[in-house]
Write a protein of this length. Structure first.
Ligand SMILES: [Zn+2]
Length: 781
């Protein structure tokens, strides 16, 4: 538009006006369509589906409303139910059974009248006839671990599941209920109106499973050498389902992969266990003086004011002493937890216990670990340290950790999270030796599971429906925490320079994203239905967020937006849209294309450089101009005074060494008028004009990051915005004007976009030695 005006005023005298305007617009039309390389298939056309990758996500997103705003924040009428629990629990260690009696106080904050309540009976997934046991196909496997083979084909399957003794109102009259698989509906004698409370009681018991042989997020491990068990217990009581503005009752059955949707509330839990057990749980221990020996209590108090290193409360020697004596007596540990969405506990006489204080903002938080001697020497060295690092890093990027403590419990093969407490793997060999894989696996899983306090324990997303909302965000934060751990404890990560993170770096997601499309699901899938849940819900969203932070938004804008999301939804229930919308709302960066590509599709990144052509300014037009003239009916004489002609270098080699000004009379004239008396030699005039064509075989659009290398050894980096692809989905051309001779072009030189194929990333093509050539070179030595 701008250029057209200049030309119009300058050439008014030359050509009759009407004809000129017509012809000129025709020239522009032709030139535009030749040079812009618009990919017609990618641009919107009436009567066709709009598949533009930059189209806004109106069709995918639910409409904003008074509960959830278009900005991604909770709306003016946002509500959530509150559920308080008072529970008396007894652990029968001899018979491995758990007994409970609970009172549930349900507060209906919704605007709706409720005629029935849904509760979750997750233990029912371990009933002998649970449909979940038959949910997978597969057939005969060529190789099976011995214990799995025996338990599958030789033994009766474990018969767990809840036994419900009764369900009663507060005053003791029985309540009608029906159990459908892992869900229980309680039919109310009178509906619960908005704003009303309803209290009722349930008595239950179940057989505890061995979580090592019967893979589960809860259960016991049996130690045959000393006959003891270590319990890590969760999903152990009937829990209220979530009722909200998004799902109504979230009563999607528990099939095993999709985790949990839970309400916030206050808990008062009394845990009765063998008197020689050590217990840790969600919440503050209210009767430490009663349940600890005087020596343990002294150390426990000392830990509250020790910030430099963990204080051992129960030592390995003391544990070994206890392991052979099985107390017949019982003790009751009393815990109180406020504003938590769940409750878990660990209990064993095998537990060594250490604890230290960590400063979080102006508050003090206790970081603690429980582990059997089988976890040492690894656990006493790293567990509580990793807990403390997690509290520190996560608090920095989200909000200050609001709970009084965070506990890491060692349990074989486990990696599972609950409010304030989690179970983690990482066990040395019997001689106490361990590999780097075991050590970093253990530190990483502790960071990950403690980190889950933030997502989903506090930023309380619906795990049953969206695995990535907690796993992806948590794995992203885990990566940042691991890197900080590496910086803070350099000697602990030797011989590595940085912490060897398994997930987070863009290059690490390439094998997954370049794999067979038959076995890749979109991130926006229910966890029950996805292939490869690990890469799908953990690694890919974590990598996507890392790329957003480093490459697309920049750290400052990303960190602010991520923190805004965390703080907006702290102690609330966010949905994916709330996250997507907040990230844009707080940064002014349109990311619909990113969410669409990375979260709603299984496309991958593959961007390359296809061709480089060198152009120079010429006194004579090239053949393209002839074509334009013949279309438009304008003569060369008309055009010559106002245009600069660019031709491919080899088509006009006689003008090669001259400056563009020497080759173009109108250019020379214009420069003289514009710059007046300044010496032409003082103006920086580019000599070469390189047209670079980039290709995009991959479906994802990404910013085009290019490194240009010149003959004199210098390099330039240019980052073309992702919008460069909005009308050119397959390829795009750019012109580089320079005085230097271009000798190399490299796309994504730092491998920050997860480009799956680097063979097309360079011009001229980098020769990668074939395996055979490498082999020959090796033999030659
Ligand atoms: Zn996780």
């Amino acid at each position: 538009m701008f250029l057209e005006k200049i030309l119009y005023s300058r050439t008014l005298n030359c050509i009759k006006m009407k004809k000129f305007i017509y012809s000129l617009s025709l020239i522009f039309f032709i030139v535009f369509n030749v040079n812009s390389q618009e990919d017609i298939s990618a641009s919107p056309k009436s009567g066709h589906t709009n598949n533009n990758k930059f189209k806004q996500l109106y069709e995918e997103f639910s409409s904003p409303n008074r509960y959830r705003t278009a900005s991604g924040a909770p709306g003016s009428e946002y509500y959530q139910q509150k559920v308080d629990y008072i529970m008396n629990i007894e652990l029968d260690d001899k018979n491995t059974k758990l007994y409970g009696e609970e009172t549930i106080i349900y507060k209906n904050n919704s605007p709706d009248q409720l005629n029935y309540l849904w509760l979750q009976l997750d233990q029912n997934i371990r009933k002998k006839d649970a449909p979940a046991l038959q949910k997978n196909g597969g057939g005969a496997e060529p190789l099976i671990p011995v214990e799995v083979f025996v338990s599958t084909y030789f033994e009766e399957s474990f018969d767990g599941g809840f036994n419900i003794d009764w369900v009663k109102t507060k005053s003791g009259s029985p309540l009608k209920y029906i159990i459908n698989n892992t869900m229980m509906r309680i039919d109310l004698p009178k509906s619960i109106k908005p704003g009303e409370d309803f209290s009722f009681k349930i008595k239950w018991w179940y057989k505890i499973n061995d979580h090592v042989t019967n893979r589960a997020r809860s259960g016991y491990e049996y130690f045959p050498k000393d006959g003891n068990k270590a319990y890590v217990i969760a999903q152990f009581f009937p829990r209220m389902a979530v009722y909200n503005d998004v799902e109504g009752w979230q009563n999607y059955q528990f099939w095993g992969n999709g985790e949990f949707a839970l309400n916030f509330g206050d808990y008062e839990v009394n845990l009765t266990v063998p008197a020689d057990h050590i217990v840790e749980a969600t919440g503050d221990l209210k009767n430490a003086r009663e349940v600890l020996t005087s020596q343990e209590y002294k150390r426990y108090k000392k830990a509250q004011n020790t910030f430099d290193k963990p204080v051992i409360i129960v030592s390995q020697e003391e544990v070994i002493e206890k392991e052979s004596k099985f107390s017949e007596k019982k003790k009751t540990w009393k815990f109180i937890a406020n504003n938590v969405r769940d409750f878990g506990f660990a209990s064993s006489r095998k537990f060594i216990w250490d604890m230290m204080a960590v400063k979080v903002g102006s508050r003090k938080v206790m970081a603690a670990s429980l582990y059997p001697k089988e976890g040492n020497p690894l656990w006493e060295e790293y567990s509580t340290l990793a807990v403390a690092q997690t509290l520190d890093t996560y608090s920095k990027y989200t909000f200050n950790y609001p709970y009084p403590k965070a506990v890491s419990v060692h349990a074989k093969n486990q990696g599972m999270e609950y409010p304030m407490i989690c179970w983690n793997y990482g066990r040395p060999d019997e001689d106490g030796k361990y590999s780097d894989r075991v050590k970093f696996g253990m530190i990483s899983v502790i960071i990950h599971e403690v980190g889950h306090n933030y997502f989903p324990m506090i930023v309380n997303s619906d795990e049953r429906q969206w695995g990535w909302m907690d796993e992806g965000l948590d794995t992203f934060m885990q990566y940042l925490t691991e890197q900080e751990f590496g910086e803070n404890f350099k000697e602990s990560i030797t011989p590595y320079n940085t912490y060897p993170s398994r997930r987070g770096e863009p290059s690490k997601i390439v094998p997954y994203m370049s794999g067979s499309q038959d076995y890749i699901s979109t991130i926006m899938s229910n966890p029950e239905n996805v292939f490869q849940l690990g890469p799908n819900a953990y690694a890919k969203p974590a990598t996507a967020l890392n790329i957003l932070r480093e490459t697309i938004m920049g750290r400052e804008l990303f960190d602010h937006a991520f923190k805004t999301y965390s703080q907006r939804w702290m102690f609330k229930h966010p949905t994916p849209e709330d996250f997507f919308r907040t990230m844009e709302d707080a940064s002014a960066i349109d990311l619909d294309w990113f969410w669409r590509g990375w979260f709603y599709s299984t496309d991958y990144v593959d961007i390359g450089v296809k061709e480089v052509k060198k152009y120079i300014v010429s006194s004579k037009p090239g053949p393209e101009v002839d074509k334009i003239l013949s279309y438009s009916g304008i003569t060369l004489k008309d055009l010559a005074p106002m245009y600069v002609f660019m031709v491919p270098e080899n088509e006009n080699s006689n003008t090669l060494d001259k400056s563009p000004i020497e080759n173009s009379i109108p250019l020379k004239k214009y420069i003289k008028e514009k710059y007046g008396n300044i010496e032409i030699a003082d103006i920086n005039i580019p000599k070469y004009f390189y047209e670079i064509e980039f290709e995009k075989p991959g479906g994802l659009v990404m910013p085009l990051i290019v490194e240009y290398s010149y003959e004199d050894g210098t390099k330039d980096r240019i980052k073309y915005p992702v919008q460069v692809w909005r009308k050119n989905d397959k390829s795009v051309k750019k012109v580089l004007a320079t005085n230097k001779v271009l000798i190399g072009v490299k796309v994504d030189p730092d491998m920050e976009t997860a480009d799956i194929d680097n063979s097309n990333n360079s011009w001229p093509k980098e020769k990668s030695a074939s395996d055979f050539e490498k082999y020959k070179a090796k033999i030659k030595g």
